[in-house]
Each structure stands twice: as C-alpha cells, then as structure tokens.
Design a protein around this ligand. Structure first.
Ligand code: RUQ
Ligand code: CUA
Length: 661
C-alpha cells in the first residue's frame, strides 16, 4: 500500500547544485545579482552545503510535501501538522485545549460533547501535555485513517479523525495519576496502549505515601479501538495492575512479537522522596539501583483474560486485571534493563527491541526470540517483590553498543540502521543493528529528545528524512525573551553522511514525539460530504437547514434559530431575544466550495465557531447580558466579508415594548 517516492542521492543533488551554481556564474558581471544563484549565495554567506540544503527543502508555491508529520504540541495540548521536507506548519489541531480558530471550546455543542469528556470530575481542565502521537496502523503500516495522542498531565487519550483532522473523542483514565507510555497502537490498531507514569493508589481513593508499596500501583490500559465507529470502545477496554514502579515509554511488538507490548520502568526502588523528612530526594532515591525492569506484556492473551468478568475487578468504573491474575495467567514478565531507561523501540521487523536511558551510554538490544524462548521454557531467575517472573538479563539481551552520552530514543531506516538521540551530547548516532556498529554521528542544536523518521514506526521505514526534536535552541533564532522556542531539525538520512537541512522553531509548547507519514496515504476531505454534516457524527444533522429553510422558533424559554451562512450573508440577520432566555443557534454553512469557511463570532459572549463548507454546528447560551451585540463572520471569506454580519438584540428584562415574535 506504500507508494515509493523517487530518491535523489545526496551526491547527485550536490552535483546538480554545483552545476547550477557554475552555470549561473557564467552570467559574469552583466547579470543581475538577484537572478544569480552564486551571487546571492555569496552575498548571504551561504556555503555549497547550505545551497544544497535549500534545494532539498524548498517547495515552490503550489507544490506539496511528500510527507506529513504529526507532532505533539506539548503544553499547548494540541497536535502540530507539518509538511516534510519544507517544514511548513500546515495546521495546529485542537486536541485537549480550547482553540478559537477552529471554534473548539468556544460554544460549539458538537465539539463541547467531546470536550466535556475531557473534564476531570467537576474541574475544567484547560491545558494538556501532549507527548506521543500514534497513527493508526493496518498490518503494522500507517494507514492514514486516525491519529491518537496522550495528555500526560491529565491521563487522557484523544482520537483524531484524519478525514477532517478533528478530534472526535477524548477518553480519561480514572485510575492513573499521569500517563506517559502512550499513545502507542498495536499493529492493526486493535488497541491503543496507555501506560501510567507516577503511581497512585489504585483500589483505594486515598493513602499517604507511607503506604506506597501496599496501596500505590502502576497501570497499563488497553483502549479497544472500534475502527468502524472510529471511536474507542470504553466498555471493551481494560487495564492491567502493575507494581508501583514508575512507567515510561511503551511500544507494541510486530511481526514475530505481535501480540506483545513493552513498557519501560524506573523507580523500581519505589523511592517516595521526602527530603524534608531526611529521605533521599526523588532523583537520587529513584535511580539507586543498577537495573530497572522492562515489562513484557502479552496484550493478546490479556484481552482474552479480560473478556471473562470473573477475571477483572472494577476500579472507578474501569475493568482491571489484578496483578495476581496477570501473573497467574502469564500476562506480565520482567527483564532487567540498565537503570532509568527512557526509550523502548521495536525494530521494523519486530525481532528486536532497543532500550536506552539517560544514565547509560549504551543502547541495549533485546532479542524477541530469546525473550520468547525464556518465557516458553519458564526459564526465570526469580520474581520481583510482587511475584512477577524475571527473565535473566543475559537470557534476553543480544548485545549492547556504546553510542554516547544520554541516549534516549531510537528510530529506524530501510537499510537495517538505527538512529538514537543523544540528549547530553546533543547529537544523533547512526548505527547498524547487525553487526552492532556505530556508523556516524551528527550534531544537533541542542538537547535532543525524540527523533521521528519518515514512516519510522512502520514495518518498512522509508529512510529518507529524520527530524530531531530538540529541547533547547540557544543561538539558533532571533531572541524572543528568556523563554525560547524548541527546535525541530530536519536531517537528510538518504545518503552518507547525514546532512542537517533545516531548523524549524516551535513556539507553542514542548513537543515530545512525532510521526511522519507518506502524504499520499492521507485521504483528507475537501469539504464535508453533505450540506448539514454534524462533525461529531459525520452524518447530516437534524438541525441542518438549506437556503430558504431558515427560521426562528420559540420553545418555552428557548429561542431556536436555524441559520444559514453563505458568501456573504447570515440568514437571519437579526436575533431578537429577551434577557435571560436560552438561545440555541444552529448554523449551517451551505457552501460546497473548497476553502469557503465562515466563522461565527458574537461580541462579548465568548462565542466563536468555525463552519467549514457543508458543516452544521450548534451553540447554546443564556442571553444573560442585555444589549446589542453584533455577530460577524470571522473568516475573510469574500469581498463582502465585512458585510457578513447581523445583530443579537437582547432586550433588557425591564424593557417595556413588547417583542414581536
Ligand atoms: S518522552 S522526549 Cu514523552 Cu522522551 Cu519527552
Ligand atoms: Cu464569511 Cu467572512
């Protein structure tokens, strides 16, 4: 299903550029400086490498990128959509936080229904900490249909439909304090994996840290995805109780390791901090041991176990397989891993797992065949304090390779190579899996966290581009005050050596992970399929209107307005209500022209919708403030856009004149 794109070697391109520069130089003194590549390059102080990088990334107007990258938006709680290799920002998808342009969280009932699910009990949460986007997969390959992303801060997962690039569902895990090993999908998107991070009490509502080892628990949740519905099926989802370690990144097995998931842990010391009470501080207590435990989880078997109600216990409305049952049923195994690991990445063929962590200069390569053999032979070296069987390190690890300082995350190409970020060293190491050999390193600027390779988490990565998601950007961009943007650096990995091509500042939050999909796999809609489509159901809304059907209906204390929007007119142009009445406005953008979006903002009522062609949305509010409030189209849609307006007239309670209905 993957369409291969033609491939330029760096050398061929280099020759082409050199040729181009030489050719242009022939222009001699008479040629205009603006039209001469070498003169411009010289004038701007650009080297031949710089020109080569520019030629590799520049997209002339109208030309589309070969890849689309979905990056986490960090603290913004959103998702970034970026074209590769141009690194042009295409969209910021509203996921967990209000986004006024898309009208997400500013009155739309269709969006509120999703948004409300993101609330924590009675608390409104208006920020998120998005970390890891995961594209839906079919047979271990990105299929371009859905995107999932976690909010680490308030353990949530968002489901984004890649037909309209909108968030359709948010699920909240009631039993986690925070999540981190999420979102990661199984090879056919049967499940979306969510690993907790900091353990909290599971079966009890509250316990002091004194009772940490007895009452606090780790957790991994498998959210069942119903592809037909395009939604997570919460009733079919389940969690597995884990010891109260802290859990880090996860990945799903594929090929020979399909059916299994891998989850890192740290703080297996179960340190509870408390420097104020004379204990070691968290960072020391949680990294005292030489080894933590890689969790090897049989999710396929766990799903069968969870299907029997007798095997699960309810915790805050979620079905949880207790740890004891998980051990008895052979669902969870441990393998020691060098202390405080961070990244866990399964190789494209599913035969290996690469683990690395900031405190060890090596990448540790686990062999799935060895792990499977140990499990089948029940060859365990013992159990942890909670009874989970441990496979000996030597029975699972096929090798280690020293890469440099602070290795974190690994991606792969199509030639059997791996690329690992080196956080402390601010570099990317390229190495081969067989034999285990360091090939080269490239410097990045600075403090790289994750890497994202083109089609990097599929069974067949493309090996063309790698993006380095850097935390610091000192001296890279114009100063913008003490808070600096993060830096996405695009690297060409198609030839040797790797070449740094482009810096893209990210000034919206700290992205963690990203995935890059071949653009031709995406099938985004150009307009909503039918006039009156409700974006929540993707079906025609019962509140949709066609031109001529606009009307105002009074239903008790509610005033329902059925409105149309079309260039350059809202019908009706007046909405007359009495102070205190409930106003419900159903607006249909009756256009089918590509890009003919209208906004609908009401002054001083904190309301703004984005109505894409064909879309119907509803807003509901109490007209508690009397006065005259213009509403207008907030998208510059046409020459008469400023005239696309109307008045909300809210008659004061004590106003004498009667309203004409
Ligand atoms: S994890 S780089 Cu979520 Cu590494 Cu941030
Ligand atoms: Cu519609 Cu401006």
């Amino acid at each position: 299903m993957k369409k291969r794109v033609s491939r330029w070697t760096a050398a061929a391109l280099g020759a082409a550029v050199a040729g181009l520069i030489a050719l242009q130089s022939c222009g001699g003194p008479g040629a205009g400086a603006g039209a001469d590549v070498s003169a411009v390059a010289q004038d701007r102080g650009l080297s031949e490498q710089d020109v080569l990088a520019a030629v590799k990334t520049y997209q002339p107007t109208g030309q589309q990128d070969e890849y689309v990258m979905f990056g986490s938006g960090g603290h913004s709680g959103q998702v970034l959509v970026i074209g590769v290799p141009s690194m042009r920002l295409l969209k910021v998808i509203a996921a967990f936080t209000p986004e006024p342009w898309q009208g997400f969280g500013y009155g739309s009932e269709e969006h509120a229904a999703i948004f409300e699910r993101g609330r924590m009990e009675d608390h409104e949460i208006t920020w998120g900490d998005t970390h890891h986007p995961a594209l839906s997969e079919t047979d271990g390959d990105y299929d371009g249909e859905f995107l999932f992303i976690n909010d680490k801060a308030n353990p949530r997962i968002a489901v984004i439909d890649l037909r309209d690039f909108e968030t359709k569902q948010i699920v909240t895990d009631p039993n986690m304090g925070t999540n981190h090993g999420s979102a990661f999908v199984t090879p056919n998107t049967e499940y979306v994996i969510e690993g907790a991070q900091y353990s909290v009490p599971l079966w009890e509502d509250y316990a002091d840290v004194d009772e940490y080892q007895d009452v606090y628990r780790g957790l991994v949740t498998l959210w069942a995805f119903d592809r037909e519905a395009g939604r997570i099926d919460e009733d079919a989802s389940f969690s597995i109780e884990l010891p109260p370690y802290w859990h880090d990144l996860a990945d799903a097995g594929k090929g020979p390791s399909a059916g299994w998931a891998f989850l890192n842990s740290f703080n297996t010391e179960m340190a509870t901090g408390g420097i104020e009470d004379g204990n070691p501080p968290f960072e020391a207590g949680a990294s005292a041991n030489d080894m933590d435990y890689l969790h090897v989880i049989n999710w396929e078997r766990a799903a069968e176990v969870a299907a029997n109600d007798a095997n699960v216990r309810m915790a805050r409305g979620m079905r949880v397989i207790p740890l004891e049952t998980a051990i008895d049923e052979g669902l969870v195994f441990f393998v020691p891993e060098p202390k405080s690991p961070h990244g866990a990445d399964v190789s494209p063929d599913g035969s290996k797992l690469v683990v690395s962590g900031k405190l060890d200069p090596h990448a540790t390569v686990y062999s799935w065949a060895m792990i499977e053999e140990a499990i089948e032979a029940e060859n365990f070296s013992g159990t942890d304090d909670y009874g989970v069987p441990i496979i000996a390190y030597d029975d699972a690890v096929e090798g280690q390779l020293e890469l440099g300082l602070g290795p974190l995350h690994t991606q792969f190409d199509d030639q059997g190579n791996a690329y690992t970020s080196l956080f402390i060293e601010s570099a990317v190491a390229k190495w081969s899996l067989e034999p285990l050999e360091l090939i080269e390193k490239i410097n990045v600027h600075y403090n790289v966290g994750h890497l994202a390779a083109a089609e990097g988490d599929t069974r067949s990565p493309d090996g063309r581009y790698l993006v380095s998601l850097n935390k610091w950007s000192i001296d890279r961009f114009n100063d913008v005050g003490p808070l600096l943007p993060q830096n996405f650096q695009l690297i060409d990995i198609a030839g040797d050596p790797m070449q740094l091509l482009y810096d893209m500042p990210i000034g919206i939050g700290e992205p963690h992970y990203a995935q890059i999909i071949a653009a031709d796999k995406l099938q985004a809609m150009r307009t909503y399929p039918e006039i009156g489509t409700d974006p929540a159901t993707m079906e025609v809304s019962e509140n949709a209107v066609r031109p001529g059907q606009e009307r105002t209906e009074r239903r008790g204390n509610e005033v329902h307005v059925f409105m149309s929007a079309v260039r350059s007119h809202f019908t009706p142009e007046y909405i007359r209500v009495r102070q205190g009445e409930e106003v419900v406005i159903h607006i249909t953008n009756v256009e089918q022209a590509h890009d003919a979006t209208h906004g609908f903002g009401i002054s001083k009522y904190n309301i703004n919708l984005s109505l894409e062609p064909g879309e119907t949305q509803t807003i509901r509010f109490t007209a508690d403030r009397a006065g005259v409030f213009p509403y207008y189209c907030t998208e510059f849609c046409s020459a008469l856009h400023l005239e696309m307006t109307g008045y909300l007239l809210v008659q004061p309670r004590n106003f004498q004149a009667s309203l004409q209905d």
